[in-house]
Design a protein around this ligand. Structure first.
Ligand SMILES: [Zn+2]
Ligand SMILES: [Zn+2]
Length: 281
């Protein structure tokens, strides 16, 4: 068995190894080529992925004008020009017309507010969308627009505000503010303070969540609202600031808390007023 035949078979066994080694060079080259191609394919996929990701993000967060949806603007020049100061001049007590939005003397028992000033109409799509988008995304360019609008509105209605007063933003419920990371009313209060050269303070806090009360009757809602605020003791005149006023119930409840804590007069300021024709009394 261990003769030349065995050697031959040994050679035969060796040859394939040698030939594999010989072929091995091109095998490695093939492997490298394959690897290169794979890498190329991977980088092409990565590039396509990056493109897709950008397109996806663009589709998710494109910039469109808040008014006319024209691309590339937060608020285009045409829609900026179309925002008019349309103040609400309604008594916060009875909801009827009153000079400068002051509470009629006969209505002083119906509302803790001595006046309600609001420069813009919430029905303006630019105003509505800017306020909503800011509330839910807090984008800084929108914040700048709202600060500018607040300043313009406040300056043009300057005579309706008390000369000496402290500005108070409508507080958010603690967990709501933590979720959102900011309070939109506080941003507007600072803008108003700057425009009127008045100080901003935060004596009010919200001790009850009142946003989700759609199922309650209006009486229950009012009662729920009334117990929603706490206030540290204070004195003097105040301007209470919120982004939008519709029924006026929240503003009334917060103003009540300010007055119970010692405020002499409370003027309400909302950047935008809802339909603006009626308030709950
Ligand atoms: Zn536009
Ligand atoms: Zn009235």
């Amino acid at each position: 068995m261990r003769g030349p035949a065995h050697l031959a078979s040994a050679r035969a066994r060796v040859r394939p190894i040698a030939s594999k080694r010989e072929v091995g060079g091109s095998y490695a080259v093939q492997k490298i080529n394959y690897l290169n191609q794979t890498l190329l394919r991977v980088s092409k996929i990565a590039e396509q992925f990056a493109k897709a990701k950008r397109a996806f993000l663009d589709a998710l967060f494109p910039i469109y004008c808040a008014g006319c949806r024209r691309e590339g603007y937060w608020l285009c020049p045409d829609c900026t020009a179309a925002i008019r100061i349309m103040p609400l001049f309604l008594c916060p007590g009875c909801g009827r017309l009153s000079p400068g939005g002051m509470t009629h003397p006969r209505c002083s028992t119906l509302t803790p507010l001595s006046a309600l000033v609001s420069p813009y109409h919430y029905a303006n799509p630019s105003i509505r969308r800017l306020i909503k988008d800011y509330k839910y995304h807090g984008a800084l360019p929108i914040e700048r627009l709202l600060v500018g609008l607040t300043g313009n509105g406040a300056r043009s209605l300057r005579t309706l505000f008390p000369q000496e007063a402290v500005i108070v933003p409508m507080p958010l419920y603690g967990s709501r503010e933590r979720e959102r990371g900011f309070n939109q009313a506080a941003t507007l209060a600072r803008a108003l303070g700057q425009a009127l050269s008045l100080k901003v303070a935060m004596p009010l806090s919200r001790i009850r969540r009142t946003e989700e009360q759609a199922r309650l009757t209006s009486a229950e809602r009012r009662e729920n609202c009334q117990r929603a605020f706490a206030c540290t003791p204070l004195a003097g005149d105040y301007i209470l600031v919120d982004d939008v006023v519709t029924s006026g119930a929240t503003m009334r409840a917060a103003a009540e808390a300010l007055k119970k804590a010692g405020a002499r007069r409370v003027t309400g300021f909302a950047l935008a007023h809802g339909r603006g024709d009626r308030f709950e009394t």
